[in-house]
Design a protein around this ligand. Structure first.
Ligand code: AMP
Length: 414
C-alpha cells in the first residue's frame, strides 16, 4: 500500500464509543500496525499482519471487531485463538478495556482453569471468545461453544501456535467455521507453515509487514556477552549487579534449566521466580500477577510461557541460553522496549558460549544486524566460533557460586 498512513484514530473510521474508550486509555495516536491494519480489517477483508506483541496488535484486531459485530446479537461472532493461556488473558483484558463504551460480552476459554465457569459464560452469551486451541476444541465437542455464526476468526501469534503443534487443532476449528467469514492472522514471523495455513484458510489476504526488523529493533539495545560455560551463572550475577534491572526476564532453553538457575540463587534473591509450562495454571497465574505487581523482579522463563508476556515495566531481557530458533530470539527480546513501556527503551543481553557461534550468526542474519559484544568485568572471554555444547553440558558445567556472592544477591534487585 502506498497511500498515506492515518495519523489519528479519527481517520480510521471508528465509532464514537471506541474513540471515547481510546481517549480514556490515553492512546494518543494509532501505532504503525494499527494505522495500517485497521483500515483493511474494518472492511471485512482478510489480512495478515506481521507484528508481534508490544506493537499494539491486539487493538489492531479488536477495534475493527467492535465496528463489525452486531452487538445486539448475543451469539458468538468472533473467535480469537492464541498460543498460550497468558496471551489469551491479555487479549481478553485488552478487549475489555477497548470496549468499555460498548456492550460487548467476552469469554476467555483456556486450559488449566475450571471449565465449568467457561461453560457458564458461554451459555450466558459471549460475542467474542478468546482461547487456546485445545480448550476451544473441548468446548466445541461439548457443544457449549458454537462457531456457526462467526463473522471473524483471528489467529494471534500464528507462528507460535504452529511451533507448539496446534496446527491440527487450528485446522479442525477452522473447518467448522462458516466459509463466509473474515480471517485475520497476526504473526511475528511468516515461515512456510504459516504461509501454508494462510493459503488454505484465507481469501486473498492483504498484507501488512511491521516485523521486528522495522519496529521493535529500534527501541531495544541488543548485546551479546561471550561467556565461559563454567562461569555462566556468575556472569549472570555480575550482569545483574552492573545493570540493576528494573524488571527482567531471564530466558532458558529448558524447564529444568529455568529451575536450575533459580536454584543457584539458593533462595537468596528475593523477588526472583521461575515460570514454565509444567506449573499448574493457578501457579502460573499467581506468578504473572506478582510479576505485574512488580513483586517479582526477575522472572526466569522458558520460551513457550515467556514470549507472550506483556508487562510494560520490563527493562531487560537476558537470554541465559541462546534461543534454539532465531525466531525465538525475536520474540524474547520483544518483551522489552514496548509501546506501552514506561521506559521507552529496553536492553537485551544474550549469553553465548564459545561453541555457539553458529546460532549467534543465525540470529544476526535474522535481525539483520551485528550484535555488539558487551564484556562483563572480570568475565571477559572470546567471542564464540566452534562446537556447540549440549544443554546437559551447559547445565552441569558450573559449580555453585561461592558464598560471598550469595550474600550480595539481595541488593541486586532493590
Ligand atoms: P499489544 O501489542 O497488543 O500486546 O499491545 C501492547 C501494549 O500497548 C498494550 O498494553 C496496549 O494497551 C498498548 N497500546 C496499544 N495501542 C496503543 C496506542 N495506540 N498507544 C499507546 N499504547 C497502546
Amino acid at each position: 500500500m502506498t497511500e498515506s498512513i492515518p495519523q489519528s484514530f479519527e481517520e480510521l473510521g471508528l465509532s464514537a464509543e471506541s474513540l471515547a474508550a481510546l481517549r480514556q486509555l490515553g492512546f494518543a495516536k494509532p501505532s504503525p500496525i494499527q494505522a495500517r491494519f485497521i483500515p483493511i480489517a474494518i472492511t471485512g477483508r482478510d489480512c495478515i499482519g506481521q507484528a508481534q506483541t508490544g506493537t499494539g496488535k491486539t487493538a489492531a484486531f479488536v477495534l475493527p471487531l467492535l465496528e463489525r459485530l452486531d452487538l445486539d446479537d448475543r451469539r458468538t461472532q468472533a473467535l480469537v485463538l492464541t498460543p498460550t493461556r497468558e496471551l489469551s488473558q491479555q487479549v481478553a483484558d485488552e478487549a475489555h478495556r477497548l470496549s468499555s463504551e460498548h456492550e460487548l460480552t467476552t469469554a476467555c476459554c483456556v486450559g488449566g482453569r475450571p471449565i465449568r465457569q467457561q461453560i457458564d459464560q458461554l451459555k450466558s452469551g459471549a460475542q467474542v471468545v478468546i482461547g487456546t486451541p485445545g480448550r476451544v476444541i473441548d468446548l466445541l465437542a461439548r457443544r457449549v461453544l458454537s462457531v456457526e455464526n462467526l463473522k471473524c476468526v483471528i489467529l494471534d501469534e500464528a507462528d507460535r501456535m504452529l511451533d507448539i503443534g496446534f496446527r491440527p487443532d487450528i485446522e479442525r476449528i477452522l473447518k467448522q467455521c462458516p466459509k463466509e467469514r473474515q480471517t485475520l492472522l497476526l504473526s511475528a514471523t511468516l515461515p512456510p507453515p504459516v504461509e501454508r495455513l494462510a493459503q488454505r484458510y484465507m481469501i486473498d489476504p492483504e498484507r501488512v509487514d511491521l516485523s521486528v526488523k522495522t519496529v521493535a529493533g529500534d527501541t531495544i539495545d541488543q548485546y551479546v556477552i561471550p561467556v565461559d560455560p563454567d562461569r555462566k551463572f556468575r556472569t549472570l550475577v555480575q550482569l545483574l549487579k552492573q545493570e540493576r534491572p528494573q524488571q527482567a526476564i531471564v530466558f532458558t532453553r529448558t524447564k529444568r534449566g529455568a529451575e536450575n538457575v533459580l536454584k543457584k540463587f539458593r533462595g537468596k534473591l528475593p523477588g526472583a521466580a521461575f515460570i514454565h509450562g509444567d506449573l499448574a495454571q493457578s501457579a502460573r497465574d499467581r506468578i504473572m500477577l506478582r510479576f505485574r505487581e512488580r513483586k517479582i523482579r526477575l522472572l526466569i522463563a522458558t520460551d513457550v510461557v515467556g514470549r507472550g508476556i506483556d508487562v510494560s515495566t520490563i527493562s531487560h531481557i537476558i537470554n541465559y541460553d541462546v534461543p534454539e530458533d532465531c525466531d525465538d530470539y525475536v520474540h524474547r527480546v520483544g518483551r522489552t522496549g514496548r509501546l506501552s513501556s514506561t521506559e521507552s527503551r529496553g536492553t537485551a543481553f544474550t549469553l553465548v558460549c564459545r561453541d555457539e557461534g553458529g546460532q549467534l550468526t543465525n540470529i544476526e542474519k535474522r535481525i539483520n544486524r551485528m550484535l555488539e559484544s558487551y564484556p562483563i568485568e572480570g568475565f571477559e572471554t572470546q567471542r564464540p566460533v566452534a562446537r556447540r555444547l549440549t544443554v546437559d553440558e551447559l547445565e552441569s558445567a558450573e559449580p555453585a557460586a561461592p558464598d560471598e556472592e550469595e550474600e550480595e544477591f539481595g541488593f541486586m534487585l532493590t
